[in-house]
Structures are given as C-alpha cells and as structure tokens.
Design a protein. Structure first.
Length: 72
C-alpha cells in the first residue's frame, strides 16, 4: 500500500468460505495499524468451481455482498 499511494481506492473482497474471514482479518489489522476503515465484501463462486460435483450433489448458493463501488 505504501507503493500504491494509500487507502483511498482500496477494498477487500473475500471469496466465500475461507477467503471472507481472511479479508476481514486483514481489514481489522489495517484498522489497528493505521486507523483506516477498509471496506470488505464477499463473493460466492460456487457455480464456477471446477470441483463442484465432488463437493456436494446439489450446489448450495449463498449471496455475494459487495456494498461499495468497484468499477473504474
């Protein structure tokens, strides 16, 4: 972040399951170090998994939640 110019356009998106807690922990650490609030979103990629048939007989979809602008 020091090389990229700061936090103004930074956001974290965690992939559902293990990526979401990781993104939240990173955001929490950044808040503790610099006091900066970094938005965190979640993304469900269930239908795009290459091992979907091995995971479960029926896909269980959860919603994605990205409550901030991510274009540009």
């Amino acid at each position: 972040m020091e090389k990229s110019g700061g936090y103004q356009e930074l956001a974290l998106i965690g992939i559902r399951r293990r990526g979401v807690p990781l993104a939240q922990r990173i955001a929490q650490a950044m808040r503790g170090i610099d006091g900066v609030e970094v938005p965190v979103g979640t993304l469900d990629i269930t239908l795009y998994r290459d091992d979907l048939s091995k995971v479960a007989p029926q896909a269980v979809l959860q919603s994605s939640d990205i409550a901030f602008a991510w274009t540009g």
